[in-house]
Design a protein around this ligand. Structure first.
Ligand SMILES: NC(=O)c1ccc[n+]([C@@H]2O[C@H](COP(=O)([O-])OP(=O)(O)OC[C@H]3O[C@@H](n4cnc5c(N)ncnc54)[C@H](OP(=O)(O)O)[C@@H]3O)[C@@H](O)[C@H]2O)c1
Length: 239
């Protein structure tokens, strides 16, 4: 796993960038696996302490990190509500284990969330989207809820009014995959063991989105930028 430079036939990386995976896995699965699933497990488990029976709202749920959070949320025993912008994306989230879905492009989506959570709100919010949706989601967080700041796919970095965490007893928690091996190497080791265990015993099947040839890498980026991606986009370096 590397933050940049991966679109190459050869690359030099630090030893901790490497992790052995169970035998027999396809390269596309390996490529889809580590960044998204480690981000999701670190966020939900190490940061938010998501408990079995809690209600998890995943924004951008059909994207690379979002669909990983849906699957990991289920493995941790949460009830998962997946928010996504199109019927295809919501069907994709349901097919990967979400318990319920929401179209968060509709103005009344927070009312739907309230109904789906029995008036309780989301205990944990996994947020790789940013923008105005983030602030709206925080307004629907449960008492003592935890909102995970994962990314800003929508482009805008939201500003949260400070009265909201006060009123909700809520917490905003940052997640930065790049810093885990540097600041919390033991946590990373433990989480990778957990992930590879789930992978080996078949409980976790990483979602491979579209696979592109190396020469088509621009198309892979375009797919993400135009909001067209389902799961993780993979570029195959050689056949
Ligand atoms: N903090 C970390 O450690 C960490 C780790 C990995 C990734 N990230 C960051 O997290 C973000 C999401 O990564 P990802 O791999 O999940 O991306 P992705 O596969 O492209 O998914 C992002 C989702 O955001 C939603 N979205 C809303 N507005 C969008 C817009 N204007 N353009 C594109 N997508 C939009 C889309 O869902 P809908 O169409 O359903 O709204 C899309 O499925 C990125 O900013 C990435 O850099 C952070």
């Amino acid at each position: 796993m590397t933050r940049s430079g991966a679109l190459a036939e050869e690359i030099v990386v630090r030893p901790e960038a490497l992790h052995p995976l169970p035998d027999g896995g396809a390269a596309e699965v390996a490529a889809s696996f580590r960044a998204n699933y480690l981000t999701a497990l670190y966020a939900l488990s190490a940061r938010a302490s998501l408990c079995a029976g809690e209600q998890l709202l995943v924004l951008g749920a059909a994207g690379g990190t979002g669909i990983a959070a849906v699957q990991i949320g289920k493995l941790l025993g949460a009830r998962v509500i997946a928010a996504a912008s199109t019927p295809d994306k919501r069907a994709f989230a349901l097919a990967h284990g979400a318990d319920a879905v929401i179209d968060y492009t509709q103005t009344g989506w927070r009312d739907t969330l309230k109904e789906l959570t029995g008036g309780h709100g989301a205990d944990v919010i996994f947020d790789p989207v940013g923008g105005e949706i983030s602030v709206q989601a925080f307004r629907s967080i449960a008492w003592r809820g935890r909102h995970l700041v994962v990314g800003f796919a929508a482009g805008a970095i939201p500003a949260l009014p400070f009265n909201l965490p006060l009123l909700k007893g809520g917490a905003l928690l940052g997640v930065d995959l790049a810093q885990i091996p540097l600041r919390e190497p033991d946590v990373q080791k433990r989480l990778m063991l957990q992930l590879t265990g789930w992978l080996a015993d078949g409980q976790l099947k990483p979602v491979v989105g579209r696979v592109f040839a190396l020469g088509d890498f621009r198309e892979a980026f375009r797919t993400m930028q135009t909001r067209g991606a389902l799961g993780k986009m993979v570029v195959r370096i050689s056949t």
